[in-house]
Design a binder for this molecule. Structure first.
Ligand code: NI
Length: 263
């Protein structure tokens, strides 16, 4: 069993076939999905999916750095209320993106700090988006992230960046880019990272793995990421499945697996 720890199946790209995409994931051995929001409406729709698939789909509530300007005080209190509902396991996705800069950087930083505080208050892990913003991310986590746990989602970086995240107690989640030919350095990081700090994800509908590049990504393709991780670490697919599932259950405090169904 694998857990796709980051997929946006609530988004419009899945409007035509959402339930069949979810059913294919479950029937192909993806036992659970974590669906992060990127603003209040998509956090609400993630929670709806969690309510429709209890024990199988879990939601994140958060405002993405691209949408940081939408995080008004009202939106933040809406997040606080949503995040206390059953089925919500994280504050996310939140973070910084200095590559696209769709919201001003100071607004992104403010939104991140506010949501780190929310995560601490509610004792929930954070799902972090971090693009071309590593220095500020690490310094904000050092200054404002005390007692906050979480994951660097779709980790792309070198060993030094990974070490910064690991030293703060964070997990690293690998996605489709792990499978791209040019990303030798990332595969090196994935081979070296501690076994108890690694997760896998798709970031569906984005970041399809190498053999499906250009197509819409979906949760069942997390198996490609897990396969590459097995190759880089020189272990079996079963070892990767057990390791990453255990880690996801620990970080997001998911219910334990049921012995009958294994999910
Ligand atoms: Ni995402």
């Amino acid at each position: 069993m694998l857990i796709d720890t980051h997929c946006h199946v609530q988004m419009r790209q899945f409007n035509a076939d959402r339930e069949s995409v979810i059913a294919s994931a479950f029937s192909s051995g993806i036992g659970r999905l974590i669906v992060p929001g990127t603003d209040v409406p998509t956090s609400e729709s993630a929670l709806e999916l969690a309510q429709q698939h209890p024990g199988r789909i879990f939601a994140g509530v958060g405002t993405h750095p691209h949408d940081a300007e939408t995080l008004t005080p009202e939106a933040l209190s809406a997040e606080r209320a949503l995040a206390q509902r059953p089925g919500v396991v994280a504050i996310g996705e939140i973070g910084l993106d200095y590559y696209r800069n769709l919201s001003p950087q100071d607004v992104q930083r403010e939104a991140l700090v506010a949501q780190l505080a929310l995560a601490r208050d509610l004792d929930l892990p954070v799902i972090l988006h971090n693009r071309e913003s590593h220095t500020d991310m690490i310094s904000l986590l050092r200054a404002h992230g005390d007692g906050v746990r979480g994951v660097f989602h779709c980790f792309i970086g070198d060993r030094a960046m990974a070490k910064d995240a690991l030293d703060l107690g964070f997990y690293l989640s690998f996605a489709g880019p792990l499978t791209y030919p040019r990303n030798e350095e990332l595969r090196d990081v994935s081979a070296w990272a501690p076994a108890d700090r690694i997760l896998v994800e798709t970031d569906s509908p984005y970041l399809a793995p190498q053999s499906l590049r250009g197509k819409r990504n979906e949760p069942q393709h997390v198996a490609h990421v897990a396969r590459t991780l097995a190759e880089t670490r020189g272990v079996t697919d079963d070892v990767i499945a057990a390791m990453t599932t255990r880690n996801a259950i620990a970080l997001f405090r998911l219910p334990e697996l049921t012995p009958e169904t294994g999910v």
